[in-house]
Ligand binder design. Structure first.
Ligand SMILES: Nc1ncnc2c1ncn2[C@@H]1O[C@H](COP(=O)(O)OP(=O)(O)OP(=O)(O)O)[C@@H](O)[C@H]1O
Length: 348
């Protein structure tokens, strides 16, 4: 297995616009790292620097423990799969899959059969041309071609974004299974946070030219580096709170704080941390106002009984446990919360 991928101090500007500003990122060997960030944050720029299509202004790229400064793209041992349309239209599937292989390997029919099997495509597809394939099948062939050369690193630039929901799910499954089977070190760019959380071993969040957080999907979702990351990777509901060090006292009960905070403020929690119970139970009582039904679960907007003021919250609950509009419920909180203190400067 290779030594993974590591970039250090990577900087890149276009004119006066600084896109990457001393960025560090390690993609562990044999694992999938998902790179997420807002549109225009520099995800594609980073991928192109790793691939060697562009040169950084500063910083280093190491792939499988080899420095890449003087290595041209075709000698970096990389497999690159862009959004769509990367197949050669005049070559068959077999011709595409074996394109990067030495002549002798190209004539070996087992290579094509093995690679198609790896991406869950029938071997009879080998003779078809790209225009005779669906978008999802084309992406699987593109991945088969990328993996055929046994690269040290696979780079995927939004490979599922042009596919509709059903095809996307199927293609995603086939692609991740193939990547896992070959233990390929992979960096996947996606603007779909749910996709990143479900597929990746590591999620890296790009903002303001640097990686603001890299960690397991669970860590990024449950212990986000700040409230901007928190909002980026999932829904949030804000609850006013008295911050007393390692606990926040809220109108619907106490909740633990992973980072100590003090004073008048608020906490940010995921809607699934707001637990709905019978009105007799729970720390506080509320009325369900609106229900946003989503099949397997739903979001409930709640108006909390308060002596003063007016507090609305959002809870997520399993589809069969959803209250009816107007129903009275009890509430409490679980897990830990991120403190949000007023006046903290917000970054874009
Ligand atoms: N060749 C270029 N010349 C000038 N500016 C560029 C060039 N390539 C990218 N940019 C600018 O750099 C910034 C980052 O672009 P990049 O495509 O890397 O972002 P991204 O995160 O991949 O965006 P998206 O999610 O929308 O694909 C953008 O502001 C873009 O306009």
């Amino acid at each position: 297995m290779s030594g993974g991928m590591k970039v250090t101090g990577l900087a890149k500007s276009y004119g006066t616009a600084k896109v990457l500003d001393g960025l560090d990122l390690t993609a562990p060997a044999g694992q999938l790292t998902a790179l997420i960030g807002r549109s225009g944050s520099g995800k594609t720029t980073l991928l192109r620097l790793i691939a060697g299509f562009d040169r950084p202004d500063a910083g280093t790229v190491m792939i499988a423990d080899r420095p890449m400064a003087d290595v041209p793209p075709e000698r970096r041992r990389i497999g690159y799969v862009p959004q769509e349309g990367s197949l050669f239209p005049h070559l068959t599937v077999a011709g595409n899959v074996t394109f990067g292989l030495p002549r002798r390997a190209r004539r070996d029919r087992h290579v094509v059969a093995d690679m198609l099997e790896l991406v869950a495509l029938d071997h009879r597809y080998a003779r078809r041309y790209p225009h005779q394939l669906s978008g999802g099948e084309q992406q699987r062939v593109a991945l088969a071609r990328a993996l055929a050369t046994r690269p040290d690193l696979v780079l995927l630039d939004e490979p599922f974004s042009a596919l509709d929901a059903e095809l996307r799910a199927d293609t995603r499954r086939a692609v991740t299974a193939a990547l896992a089977a070959t233990a390929a070190t992979t960096v996947l760019v996606t603007h779909d946070q749910a996709e990143a959380l479900s597929l990746a071993a590591q999620v890296a969040v790009l903002r303001d030219g640097v990686i603001v957080q890299a960690g397991s999907p669970e860590a990024v979702y449950r212990r986000p580096a700040d409230d901007v990351v928190a909002a980026f990777v999932g829904e949030l509901t804000m609850i006013p709170a008295q911050l007393t060090g390692d606990t926040a006292e809220t109108p619907i009960g106490p909740i633990a704080l992973p980072h100590p905070a003090y004073g008048d403020g608020a906490v940010l929690v995921r809607p699934e941390q707001v637990m709905i119970t019978d009105p007799e139970n729970g720390f506080a009582r509320a009325k369900a106002v609106t229900i946003d039904f989503r099949g397997h679960d739903g979001l409930v907007e709640l108006l909390v009984d308060a002596e003063r003021g007016h507090l609305t919250l959002t809870a997520r609950t399993a589809g069969q446990l959803l209250p009816a509009p107007g129903q009275r419920v009890g509430l409490h909180l679980t897990g830990t919360a991120l403190a949000s203190t007023p006046g903290k400067p917000r970054r874009k």
